[in-house]
Write a protein that binds this ligand. Structure first.
Ligand SMILES: [Zn+2]
Length: 346
């Protein structure tokens, strides 16, 4: 979550008509079928070594929720599971399952929902986890401290395991963009993963910080440079949000909160550019709903969960604009991914 215009149901629900539904089916099939066969890959998929759990509250619903992260087989992807429902409902990470973008990214399948998935998805992307079951017993991922850092800690505590299958990247082959007024978002070809973001809140506490940032994972580290950036909101909006059933679990313990002039959190900010860094954290999570790590340069102005989801749909619906690639030869690995190569077991 971070403040943006509530644009929930406008044009973002699952494609109703058959044409789009068919296109969605074809796109997902293409995502899965364009996979390189065999496992002589030099960059391999990763899952967790063990199960980890945590308990917390939902940021928007305010309910207590228990979260468990479990290992999964190669090519499973990230799968959310409502284990409190009978039968258990499984929701694979997929851009077409995003139905709610009011202050979070929320997935839905039938009547079952899992909200506020973006921070956990961001941590999974940042640590290079391809396959994981995410079990929850309530309709929202716990907010914990409002950043991705507690999820990074949980995942690192579980440990990682390389799998006998190639890591499959979604490579952007040509530029795509999506605009709404002065808000825009772009994906462009790039042999690595880089994100640039600019925010404009016209608020003294934010304007006093760096409001533009670029993060490039060829030389920056997710856990150090991005993960600790917290979500943020404004006191004067709390009542309106609560009337809409949002932010019921919000507090100074899980968000940066500002009055008209300043940050109210006693310990201040964690990064000089924490606000724009959080938008980048959110974008990493929203983009990982593509179901594959991206090879692309992302750039955005005043974007949010709705636009991040739209740019994925625009990309996937243009079959010329992307391909799924994996790396069989070390020589084929782009410079920006050499860090991942170094992590691979011998
Ligand atoms: Zn967020």
């Amino acid at each position: 979550m971070s403040r943006g215009l509530p644009c929930s149901a406008i044009g973002l629900s699952n494609p109703g008509n058959s044409g789009l539904a068919a296109l969605r089916k074809r796109t997902i099939a293409a995502l899965l079928s364009r996979t390189a066969k065999g496992s002589s890959a030099v960059i391999r998929q990763r899952t967790l070594k063990s199960i980890v759990s945590a308990t917390g509250v939902g940021l928007h619903g305010g309910q207590r929720v228990e979260l468990s992260l479990r290992p999964a087989a190669p090519d499973t992807g990230i799968v959310f599971r409502r284990v409190d429902l009978d039968p258990v409902v499984e929701m694979p990470a997929d851009p077409y399952s995003v139905v709610d973008t009011r202050m979070c990214s929320g997935l839905q399948k039938g009547a079952a929902k899992v909200g506020t998935v973006e921070h956990l998805m961001s941590a999974l992307a940042g640590l290079g986890i391809d396959n994981c079951y995410v079990d929850v017993d309530a309709p929202e991922i716990p907010i914990l401290d409002g950043s991705a850092a507690p999820f990074v800690f949980l995942l690192q505590s579980a440990g990682f395991e390389f799998q006998n299958a190639p890591r499959r990247f979604l490579r952007v082959k040509k530029p795509v963009e999506y605009r709404e007024g002065d808000k825009w978002v772009k994906l462009e070809p790039y042999d690595g993963f880089r994100l640039s973001f600019a925010i404009h809140f016209n608020h003294p506490a934010i304007d006093g910080t760096q409001t533009e940032a670029t993060v490039d994972f060829s030389h920056q580290v997710y856990a150090r440079d991005v993960a600790r950036a917290r979500t943020f909101g404004f006191m004067h909006e709390v009542e309106a949000m609560r009337n809409m059933g949002l932010a019921l679990g919000g507090s100074l313990d899980n968000a940066i909160v500002m009055d008209e002039h300043r940050v109210l959190n006693p310990h201040g900010l964690r990064y000089d550019d924490e606000f724009v860094k959080h938008k980048i954290l959110d974008a990493i999570g929203d983009l990982y709903l593509a179901g594959h790590p991206l090879l692309a340069a992302y750039s955005a102005n005043k974007s949010g969960h709705a636009l991040n989801n739209q740019i994925l749909r625009v990309l996937l619906e243009d079959q010329e604009a992307w391909e799924i690639v994996s790396f069989e030869q070390e020589t084929a690995v782009p410079e920006a991914l050499r860090g991942q190569l170094a992590l691979q077991p011998a």
